[in-house]
Design a protein around this ligand. Structure first.
Ligand code: GSH
Length: 222
């Protein structure tokens, strides 16, 4: 039997793309180490392994893998339980919705960092429209994306919902999630693999990040 690969994930504490990789690792029960670096001060060794200067990077026996969707695919090919569906069309569709999530995370980031009301509103509306569009892809019964089983596509939406929850709690930002989306969110956020995918002080780290942005959100009148 070959020795299992040594896995080291490099991320930022509040990066949703790093968090999705952690969720996948947790669901698979794989041993790994997690190294957090800070965005303001990325070390030279990290710059050398990350072609785009972005986290996450997964080191597999020291060999770097970048781009979170690729990291997820790799983990799913190598470690059980398999989270992607076997059917090629279903799998391709779920990959596409993983891409869609990355777009929604971009809209969320734009909203959180907008300095002016107009930019904030534009990003907020496009995020809300994206969430409504997403609903059309969901299995009607749920609770997960494709039904009762958690899939790889679910791992990427948990970080988005976790942040939406905090925005509701601290800034009364309501996205009017449908009952189906709420059911999905609740099922995801209740999972141990998701709860343990962030640092204990995630909430304060996330709020600190927002403060550092000096964004419109912080001064917005509700
Ligand atoms: N497409 C990338 C996006 C990763 C990403 O945007 N990471 C952010 C942190 S959440 C980052 O490293 N930003 C630093 C930078 O852009 O310089 C992925 O899926 O891995």
């Amino acid at each position: 039997m070959s020795t299992p690969a040594k896995l080291e994930l490099v991320s930022f504490k509040i990066c949703p793309f790093g968090q999705r990789s952690v969720i996948a690792l947790n669901l698979k029960g794989v041993e790994y180490t997690l190294t957090y670096i800070t965005p303001q001060d990325t070390p030279d060794w990290f710059k050398a392994i990350s072609p785009l200067g972005k986290v996450p990077v997964l080191l597999v026996d020291g060999k770097p893998l970048f781009e979170s969707a690729v990291i997820l695919e790799y983990l799913d090919e190598v470690y059980s339980p398999q989270l992607h569906p076997a059917d090629p069309l279903e799998k391709a569709q779920q990959r596409a919705w993983i891409e869609f999530c990355s777009e929604l995370l971009g809209r969320q980031h734009r909203m959180l960092t907008a300095k002016e009301e107009a930019g904030f509103n534009e990003a907020r509306e496009s995020l809300q429209q994206g969430l409504q569009r997403l609903e059309s892809a969901l299995d009607a019964d749920g609770p997960f994306f494709a039904g009762k089983d958690m899939r790889l596509v679910d791992t990427v939406y948990a970080p988005l919902f976790m942040r939406l929850d905090l925005l509701q709690k601290h800034f009364d930002l309501d996205f009017g999630l449908s009952t189906r989306l709420q059911t999905w969110r609740d099922a995801l956020l209740a999972l141990d693999a998701v709860k343990t995918s962030v640092v204990e002080d995630f909430e304060s780290a996330f709020l600190n990040f927002l403060k550092m942005q000096d964004s419109y959100l912080l001064t917005r009148k509700q």
